[in-house]
Design a binder for this molecule. Structure first.
Ligand code: NI
Length: 257
């Protein structure tokens, strides 16, 4: 039986409150046996942990997203540290840099929050789930400057070119592809998905966002990670079953789950 692992979703968000059990049932039908639910601020991190504690096949990450970087006070950092002591927490995230919106906290505030949470991940020997948008050059520089505290992890919903992916691979990270890799007009992303070594490749939905073809435009859900696996297998000219097995093994190794 095929087993898939959705390495980044937000299944504990209120978007799923009305029909979460149906979403979980469809996930099982699609062969998605595991997922990682990712926090983006203190409250969503607490919810993600509670959901992981209650649900088979679900682990979680806790962290403050770059869009909320200005909320990472010492108290919040301390609260994240306490949450991360629970065994269901298998990563710190999502953290990183996002310079897409002018309304986001400044690059300096984002960098500070990112580094503080990378230090937390390093201290706890946990991998990191990175969210990086319109900030690849800043992030590559930051990572190179902090090589001594890198604890591995994922470039989630990767949005760069193969050249950029290579920089992250050199730093030891996994590259995770979401819905956009299935879109028709995504030649650069698809080139990256063809070239990332199989042992560093991951898949995810980022649900409820980023729905892949053929369900693009709808609310996304973890079961749809199957479409992403099918597309990447097609791009690489390899059997779907093999891609499923390898990406699941990668995710299980990374999250120890
Ligand atoms: Ni996310």
């Amino acid at each position: 039986m095929v087993e898939l692992f959705d390495t980044h979703c937000h299944l504990s968000d209120t978007d799923f409150d009305q029909d979460r059990s149906a979403v979980l049932a469809r996930m099982a039908e699609m062969g998605v046996t595991r997922c990682a639910v990712i926090g983006y601020d203190l409250s969503s991190s607490e919810t993600a942990l509670r959901f992981a504690q209650e649900t088979d096949g679900v682990c979680c990450a806790v962290g403050v997203h770059p869009e909320h970087a200005d909320t990472l006070t010492p108290d919040v950092l301390d609260a994240l540290r306490k949450l991360a002591a629970f065994p269901e927490v298998r990563a710190i995230g999502e953290i990183g840099m996002d310079l897409h919106w002018d309304t986001n906290p400044s690059a300096e505030v984002q960098k500070k929050a990112c580094i503080e949470q990378m230090e937390l991940a390093y201290a706890l020997s946990l991998p990191v789930s990175f969210h990086i948008r319109d900030a690849h050059m800043d992030m590559i520089t930051l990572l190179k400057e902090h090589k001594s505290i890198l604890s591995g992890g994922i470039m989630h919903c990767f949005s760069g070119s193969w050249e950029i992916a290579r920089e992250y691979l050199k730093l030891g990270f996994y590259i995770s592809f979401a819905g956009p890799v299935t879109f028709k007009k995504a030649p650069k992303l698809q080139e990256a998905a063809r070239n990332v070594p199989l042992e560093r490749l991951l898949i995810e939905t980022d649900s409820p966002y980023m729905a892949p073809e053929p369900v693009r435009g709808r609310r996304n859900e973890p079961g749809n990670v199957r479409y992403i696996a099918e597309k990447i297998a097609e791009l690489r000219g390899m059997p779907f079953e093999e891609l499923a097995e390898r990406t699941t093994q990668n995710a299980r190794n990374l999250f120890a789950f």
